[in-house]
Design a protein around this ligand. Structure first.
Ligand code: DGY
Length: 349
């Protein structure tokens, strides 16, 4: 019975956004809300069955927004709002062809992800996985303090290494927030790679160096990024253009005392090559919040089997405050596009 729905606009939401954010949508009587009812990722079948005639959708990064979905939705679809800063799961070209606007959630998660990036750098360098597992197994009594017990490379500048170089694969908002956190650790230099289609800007680099009080900030190629960095932070967008950019050649080029941190997307790193690099000690350690093929990452996964690899299940943005901010932004992006109000963050296409 559609009689009661009048001219209401159908909006499909693939995850419940919680009691603080759902009211933003529920109070708009013009909306006919269809929300995936379960506390697990939305089933594709359900999404395809419910999306026909939708004017807007709010999706998660696990939902593929592709031709199939656009065709199922039909010509009514005006806005795709994702509760994520990454949008490689959305076919932007298809959206542009259909005049569909795309919203995402930058900025609100920058600090949370930068925090975890530093945490993973420390955990990977300081053998935190091996040592916490040892304690959990009850092995501390058999493992007395020893002069060189469990030593790892020091992240902060120190008497042996008075200079420290941070490396960033991708140099956007989260990289800069991570760099800011490294300044009090005594970092002196920064190297980074950027999208090859962007123009190098040495003046901006000099300005960044001044801002953070560093000796140098330099845009380099991948081999130099690998060779110079004491820690490499992978913080570039996912998608075909960055697939396996961290491969065996890159890892072989890194310092044996360096650590690799991936808080971007699993697809940027070749997991098998990283497992080999850790096993054969090409590098010291790794901390990854994302793994190619997630969430299907079981005990037998090559990275989970490596004691020098700290693996987290994609929780870098998982603070109470940040997730609330992301859900709110996702809701406001949708409302902005549907009611002619400002969208807090729209993907420029
Ligand atoms: C994003 O927003 O893209 C993150 O990966 C989710 O934490």
């Amino acid at each position: 019975d559609t009689a009661g729905s009048g001219e209401r606009m159908k909006v499909v939401v693939t995850r419940n956004l919680g009691p603080d954010v759902m009211p933003l949508l529920q109070e708009r009587k013009e909306l006919d809300l269809v929300v995936w009812p379960e506390d697990r990722p939305c089933e594709r079948e359900w999404f395809l069955q419910n999306v026909p005639g939708a004017t807007g959708v709010i999706v998660m990064l696990s939902d593929k927004v592709n031709q199939e979905l656009y065709e199922a939705a039909g010509p009514t679809l005006k806005i795709v709002s994702t509760m994520s800063v990454g949008y490689e799961h959305i076919d932007l070209q298809g959206a542009a062809q259909r005049n569909i606007r795309v919203g995402y959630t930058p900025d609100v998660l920058t600090d949370a992800v930068a925090d975890i990036s530093i945490m993973l750098a420390l955990m990977a360098g300081r053998n935190v996985r091996e040592t916490t597992e040892l304690v959990a197994r009850g092995d501390w009594p058999n493992t007395a303090w020893a002069p060189y017990g469990f030593v790892g490379p020091q992240l902060s500048a120190n008497w042996v290494h008075p200079t420290r170089t941070a490396g960033f694969l991708g140099f956007g908002r989260i990289s800069k927030a991570t760099l800011a956190r490294l300044v009090p650790f005594g970092f002196t230099d920064c190297v980074y790679t950027s999208n090859p289609s962007s123009t190098p800007n040495p003046a901006a680099d000099a300005e960044t160096a001044r801002t953070y009080g560093l000796r140098s900030v330099r845009r380099v190629g991948l081999p130099e990024l690998a060779a110079q960095s004491d820690v490499v932070f992978v913080l570039a967008p996912g998608g075909a253009a960055t697939h396996h950019v961290v491969d065996a050649a890159f890892l072989r080029g890194m310092k044996s005392t360096a650590v690799l941190v991936n808080t971007a997307r699993g697809t940027l790193v070749d997991s098998d090559a990283l497992a080999t690099a850790l096993r054969e000690r090409w590098i010291w350690g790794a901390g990854v919040d994302v793994v190619e093929g997630e969430p299907h990452v079981g005990r037998e996964h090559p990275l989970v089997r490596e004691p020098r690899c700290v693996v987290l299940p994609h929780i870098a943005s998982a603070t109470i405050e940040t997730r609330l901010g992301m859900a709110t932004t996702a809701a406001k992006n949708l409302l902005g596009a549907l009611f002619g109000e400002a969208m807090p963050a729209e993907v420029q296409m």
